[in-house]
Design a protein around this ligand. Structure first.
Ligand SMILES: C[S@@+](CC[C@H](N)C(=O)[O-])C[C@H]1O[C@@H](n2cnc3c(N)ncnc32)[C@H](O)[C@@H]1O
Length: 224
């Protein structure tokens, strides 16, 4: 049985409260607001100007919100996105049916595509529409092993206070290796320790204004 409850954040969008870690999947100030700010505006948008086909790796597929927002951008702006999501502890069928993202984003016509993100087979690539290819892998972040494969990484693990092991240098190094030169990693986390680790690995680190409730967020760029 899933003990994790669906909660409503301040912009009306749902999130999930993790029973195990005692934290929510998104900011209480707004799940959609946070995801758009951190991942879409700071992560995806800068690449649109540079590349015709963009490869995205998401560390922490969770509710599928970041994948769904990326799909909507691909569809409406006619971008070509190849999206890979990693998740070890998928949410339940009952939970993903209940999430209010398609309705709140005024895209009820994409409800099927939202559900497809969840119902698609693990490890099997699907074409959700000609603009958006999607695959998710049921695995631990610690086991990823990509080399120069992605333009953008959405790093959306639980915070270092909840899961410090996911912010150690070895996983940050795996993300660095997974990016193509010039690729970017974005995260809502702005902790000095994490930024120092990113710098020591070789990322060029930028602190950007954060979403509501957070002064800053972090962008790491792999040098060309
Ligand atoms: C902050 S939440 C995800 C937010 C997600 N991007 C969303 O919009 O719902 C972190 C996610 O990481 C997953 N997770 C935690 N530890 C993990 C691990 N070691 N390997 C893979 N997934 C993990 C959790 O199950 C959860 O879905």
């Amino acid at each position: 049985m899933h003990l994790d409850q669906i909660i409503e954040t301040q912009d009306g969008s749902h999130s999930i409260l993790s029973h195990k870690y005692g934290v929510s999947y998104h900011s209480k100030y707004g799940a959609i607001t946070e995801s758009k700010h951190v991942f879409i505006s700071a992560g995806l948008f800068p690449k649109i100007r540079e590349k015709e086909v963009i490869s995205i790796l998401e560390i922490g597929f969770g509710t599928g919100l970041n994948a769904f927002l990326s799909f909507i951008e691909a569809n409406t702006k006619k971008l070509k996105l190849n999206y890979v999501g990693i998740e070890a502890y998928p949410i339940s069928e009952e939970q993903y049916h209940h999430l209010n993202y398609p309705e709140l984003l005024e895209t009820p016509h994409f409800k099927n595509q939202f559900l497809q993100l969840h119902t698609s087979e693990w490890g099997k690539s699907i074409v959700i529409d000609p603009q958006f290819t999607f695959i998710k892998h049921l695995k631990h972040f610690e086991d990823i092993d990509y080399q120069s494969s992605f333009d953008v990484i959405y790093f959306d693990a639980f915070a270092p206070s909840a899961q410090p092991e996911l912010w150690e240098e070895d996983l940050l190094q795996k993300m660095y290796d997974a990016l193509v030169p010039g690729g970017i990693m974005v995260t809502y986390c702005a902790k000095g320790l994490v930024k120092r680790r990113l710098k020591s690995i070789g990322f060029t680190v930028e602190s950007l204004p954060g979403p509501p409730g957070k002064r800053e967020m972090t962008k790491g760029i792999k040098p060309q």
